[in-house]
Ligand binder design. Structure first.
Ligand code: KG4
Ligand code: ZN
Length: 344
């Protein structure tokens, strides 16, 4: 079965074709970052309009490049939520219309399930059950995964998601949007020994997270230190703060992952979502799982951030069991993942 995947939940237009026999045939992501950069964040209405502009030509080019026509597509998967309502509607309306015209089934996919299953697109895949750490711009969750659709929430962020904390702290340091990758790059030259940021909520039991205090800690440190730092040392100060912040997030995530893995007895930890592209986090989680006698799995960096490939794959997992949508459709800007149906 060949599935066309369409992702439009936020500021990336992603399209892909997944083939159940031969894997990911191709995927293209168009980032709207330059469009929103001047505004310091995503402008929902601009995002929707840009998805409208890009979707048709991107799908046409993707299929042409793969030497495929409509006849070669057996089903269409699109992100139905969570995300920006207008952006989701563009993808949903497009996907459902295309499916109707091509006479193939369509299925609406949960964006976070897409992220969660993205490591399955790699050569070495984790076996169920496993623990998943989902770290994106909007979510930080630890999930016990029994099978596709069998998800138990072990813990989640009580305030800012990890990616959101990266983005907000990056903004404080004068870095552009989205700040995560820029902050990580700046942290490379930072001194890990200069500042020690707290590891929030690690001194008590439980698997929930809270990252908003770290951003405030960064702001306080920045204000205190800036006043006594000569202008030629400000760049170094910013890099040292970036490093301390990154270390704190990485270490906090690692501490909670260890707990989740020990609590569930799992041998595998899957990590996905935009923040899982972070190199220091990957290295730390690899080390942690090696210490615990298990293994960490995460997708290649380009499949960590939003893309159509993960939606095509999750779509295949749903379509192959017969799941698909009726002609009427809706979207879900807010959508708890625990409401998904488990595989029989
Ligand atoms: O999964 P994603 O592409 O979109 C959402 O579903 O939210 O995640 C985007 C988030 C942003 O907050 C971005 O700053 C963060 O992932 N991110 C990173 C890195 N690459 C992306 N954060 C830290 N280090 C990175 N290398
Ligand atoms: Zn995402």
């Amino acid at each position: 079965m060949r599935v066309l995947g369409i992702e439009t939940s936020c500021d990336e237009t992603g399209v892909a074709v997944y083939d159940s026999a031969s894997g990911l045939l191709g995927h293209v992501v168009y980032s709207q970052i330059p469009l929103h950069a001047d505004f310091g964040g995503v402008v929902p209405e601009l995002a929707s309009r840009d998805h409208v502009r890009k979707l048709a030509p991107m799908i046409r080019e993707l299929l042409q490049g793969l030497d495929l026509t409509a006849d070669g597509i057996d089903g269409i998967a699109y992100t139905a939520g969570p995300g920006l309502a207008g952006a989701l509607l563009v993808g949903a309306a497009f996907a459902r219309s295309l499916a109707w015209a091509w006479k193939v089934p369509a299925v609406g996919i949960h964006h976070m399930e897409g992220h969660l299953l993205a490591p399955m697109l790699e050569n070495e895949v984790p076996q169920f059950p496993f623990v998943a750490l989902l770290v994106s711009g909007g979510h930080t969750q630890l999930v016990a995964v029994g099978a596709v659709g069998d998800y138990e929430l072990l813990g989640e962020s009580l305030d800012d998601a990890a990616g959101e904390a990266f983005d907000k702290t990056a903004k404080l340091l004068g870095l552009g949007y989205p700040g995560g990758p820029a902050l990580a790059a700046l942290a490379q030259s930072g001194d890990p020994g200069r500042f020690l940021f707290p590891r929030p909520m690690t001194d008590r039991p439980g698997l929930d997270f809270s990252f908003s205090g770290l951003k405030t800690f960064a702001l306080t440190t920045l204000r205190q230190e800036s006043s006594r730092t000569p202008p030629d040392q400000i760049g170094r100060l910013h890099a040292d703060i970036a490093r301390a912040f990154e270390d704190a997030v990485v270490e906090t995530l690692a501490i909670k992952c260890r707990r989740a893995v020990e609590q569930t007895g799992s041998r595998a930890l899957v990590m996905a979502g935009g923040v899982s592209a972070n190199r220091r986090l990957r290295t730390r989680v690899d080390q942690l799982m090696a210490d615990l006698g298990g293994r960490a799995y995460y997708p290649r960096a380009e499949l960590c951030t939003d893309n159509g490939a993960m939606i095509a794959y999750a779509g295949w997992q749903r379509l192959r069991t017969g799941q698909h949508e009726e002609l009427a459709f809706g979207i879900r800007p807010r959508w708890p993942m625990l409401e998904l149906a488990a595989h029989a």
